[in-house]
Design a protein around this ligand. Sequence first.
Ligand code: PAJ
Length: 280
Amino acid sequence: MISTVTTIRDLRTTLLGWREAGETVALVPTMGALHQGHKVLVETAGKMAKRAVTSIFLNPLQFGPKEDLAKYPRSLEADQKLLSEAGCDLLYAPTPADMYPPDFAAKIDPGPLGTILEGAARPGHFTGVVTVVIKLLLQTMPDIALFGEKDYQQLLIIHRAVRDLDLPIHIVGVPIVRDTDGLAFSSRNVYLSPDERKCAVALPNTLQETAATIREGKDIAAALKTGQDKLTKAGFTVDYLELADAHTLAPTRTLTGPARLLAAAKIGATRLIDNLAVAG
Ligand code: PAJ
């Protein structure tokens, strides 16, 4: 069974022992309901540092009032098993009361990157994400912290906040881990009915097809419109399908540097996100 701590004090005691032995530490922050994508992050952490720590904290601060916090999947026992298999050295599972005392007030503003795309659809979401991530980083003070490209905008925001705040922590982005049919693993995939799960593959397929069309030099606005129509036909309600500069996430209609195709779409009651590098 994986060694588990729930308080900052116990976390720091364990880390102090490792630090005194000269060992490096990698942190993988998660919200639990762990799947193959998380597993790859933890395995990569174990390869990049002597000790791999995973945090599980279902962060209320990043959920809007109408979002799925109450029904978000929870599976601590299965998570502990997966972490053992992935070679994780320590699970840090703090309580909401420890993370957020009743008069908790300090928040980190993610800036303009926090208000577009996912930030426009989910006001306040990235303030909640970056605040909890900076807290987890300060509690753990790892050498490196790993995040998935699945949440590409989140990765960029965390990268910038860590740079802006001069934290001496190396942020590592890990490529998206996909199921055999191409759908990105996500804790929210368990919400999908068998029929919805079949239709959901249209999301990665459409990203691939749209990216290929754009790479061929075709009109980008038209390619995005075709992609949106394909998603709608497959049963999705499209939130956005956007081509953006890979560093600033500013929408672009020319392919002059690294760009990213990003999508968010709802199938039934489930909102899925995915993205793909188009150039660079
Ligand atoms: P969560 O959704 O649990 O994801 C934890 C980490 O796993 C994130 O860095 C996410 O990008 C990564 N991840 C999820 N699915 C992935 C996949 N299919 N392939 C690769 N990486 C994947 O993201 C969060 O939690 C939270 O916002 C958090 C950063 C923990 C802050 O609360």
